[in-house]
Design a protein around this ligand. Structure first.
Ligand SMILES: [Zn+2]
Length: 202
């Protein structure tokens, strides 16, 4: 869950509404809905190529369809975790943030990321890489970045993460953790096949 340091493209680009559905679409094709969702997520990613599907066309269609059918439910769950993070702070201290599920490119070597260049900050969680019981941990880690306003894992980040872990009954980061270990705290169990969940096989 280290935050990639790639530069943000078009940082001044306005954030599109993520619940946008093309007009005239009654019972929209889930594949189109999924494709539309991924296009919109690319616009709030640190770089558009951070969102990536497999090369196989059948697998891509499967994933788009699965997203079209299930992404609202998944994102509602992630949003609940985000709300719980925000509730650990007084309303005056809370940072505006949004969270979305997204398949993150293996090239970046991350399972979640916080884009601090968008308003609100955008937490992207690859729900295919992390077992569902650890999605909350990933949201907590990325929300700590949003709260601190920095991609680093310094002392302030550690304090904020500790506060969140205490409030949410998650394992508290030991003081002996190195910066690298802190970059993947709380620990998340990884899925062996990252696209199995995105294709509805889990
Ligand atoms: Zn991090």
């Amino acid at each position: 869950m280290t935050l990639s340091r790639v530069p943000m493209l078009n940082p001044s680009q306005p954030t599109p509404p993520l619940n946008y559905i093309p007009s005239g679409v009654g019972k929209a094709d889930p594949i189109l809905l999924g494709s539309d969702y991924l296009q919109q997520v690319r616009q709030v990613a640190i770089a558009p190529d951070m969102i990536q599907l497999p090369d196989d066309i059948h697998q891509r269609l499967q994933i788009n369809r699965w997203i079209g059918l299930h992404i609202d439910r998944i994102n509602a769950q992630l949003k609940q975790y985000l709300t719980e993070c925000q509730n650990c702070f007084k309303s005056s201290q809370q940072v505006a943030a949004a969270v979305l599920a997204a398949p993150l490119s293996a090239r970046y070597g991350i399972d979640a990321v916080c884009n601090l260049q968008t308003t609100p900050a955008t937490l992207l969680i690859d729900i295919g890489q992390i077992v569902p019981t650890d999605w909350q941990a990933a949201v907590v880690h990325e929300y700590a970045h949003a709260q601190v306003g920095s991609p680093g894992h310094d002392q302030l980040f550690r304090q904020v993460l500790q506060h969140l872990c205490l409030g949410l009954a998650l394992p508290i980061p030991p003081l002996t953790l190195t910066v690298e270990q802190l970059s993947s705290w709380p620990p998340c169990q990884q899925q062996t096949d990252k696209f199995a969940f995105w294709t509805g096989k889990l």
